[in-house]
Design a protein around this ligand. Structure first.
Ligand code: KIV
Length: 277
């Protein structure tokens, strides 16, 4: 059965209807086709592609052209799935105009909303983008683009002061017009509180069960990325070792001469075969 793509209203209604859904992060056409064929209703084309696809240690090298390139591929593979497109580092922070222009580029390429990460300093950009009619998912908590400034890739909001700051940011994001707030890596108890204070739905990336939407990265879930496994990741396969074993098995067949077999090659009729003198 073909899936029906979620609408912003349906996502917002889910909070009041008590329905939950999953958002898988992918970056390419093939992976997108798999999510599109699954029951998952949302895809994130995340700037984590900086680490997973490009091999950097963080997301700050990623630019808006990278996001456009990957978004186009994912949109083609997942025509029936709601797509959240990440705005890359410095594609929206400098000015409202730049934020609107770059968010517009992603929408023209098929995004259903954009995601903007950051604290109180970007609320005017969220407001500006929302006000021109582009749906914005705000991203607070662990914000990888500014990881260096917030103490690294660590649990956020563990003490009273940082928890209070996050509560303010979540409320400000809703006030600025975000239709949804993604919260990455905060304690469940703080997420419960924020979820109870917001009208708009919360998405949780490692922030416990108080949310409408939950996000995992396809490479983590499938056990392909193995540098580390955050506690919140549930692995449903161990594909990394299977893939390495497949490459090695093929290499062994090449080296032994068993690849390619006659049925894996193309053939011509006897009379057309060029004769070697
Ligand atoms: O880029 C990404 O994968 C993200 C998630 C961690 C939420 O922003």
């Amino acid at each position: 059965m073909t899936k029906k793509k979620l609408t912003i209203k349906e996502i917002m209604d889910k909070k009041h209807e008590g329905e939950k859904f999953g958002m898988v992060t992918v970056y390419d056409y093939q992976m997108a086709t798999l999510v599109d064929e699954s029951s998952c209703e949302m895809i994130l084309v995340g700037d984590s592609l900086g680490m997973i696809v490009q091999g950097y240690e963080g997301t700050t090298h990623v630019n808006i052209e990278d996001m456009e390139y990957h978004l186009k591929a994912v949109r083609k593979g997942a025509p029936n799935t709601f797509i959240v497109a990440d705005m890359s580092f410095m594609s929206y922070q400098a000015s409202k105009e730049e934020a609107i222009r770059n968010a517009g580029k992603l929408m023209k390429l098929g995004a259903d909303c954009v995601k903007m990460e950051g604290g109180l300093g970007i609320m005017d950009k969220i407001k500006a983008v929302s006000e021109v009619g582009i749906p914005v998912m705000a991203h607070i908590g662990l914000t990888p683009q500014t990881a260096a400034a917030i103490g690294g890739f660590k649990l956020q909001g563990k003490n009273k002061d940082t928890a209070e700051r996050l509560i303010k940011e979540a409320l400000a994001a809703e006030e600025a017009g975000a239709f949804c707030v993604l919260i990455e890596l905060i304690p469940s108890e703080l997420n419960d509180y924020i979820n109870s204070k917001l009208t708009v739905p919360v998405m949780s990336t490692g922030s416990g069960p108080s949310a409408v939407g939950f996000n995992l990265n396809a490479y983590d879930m499938l056990g392909i990325f193995s540098d580390f496994k955050p506690r919140f990741v549930r692995q449903y396969a161990k594909m990394r070792q299977d893939m390495i074993d497949a490459f090695s098995a093929w290499d062994k067949d090449v080296k032994s001469g068993s690849y390619p077999a006659p049925e894996e090659a193309f053939h011509m009729s006897e009379e057309d075969i060029p004769k070697i003198d």
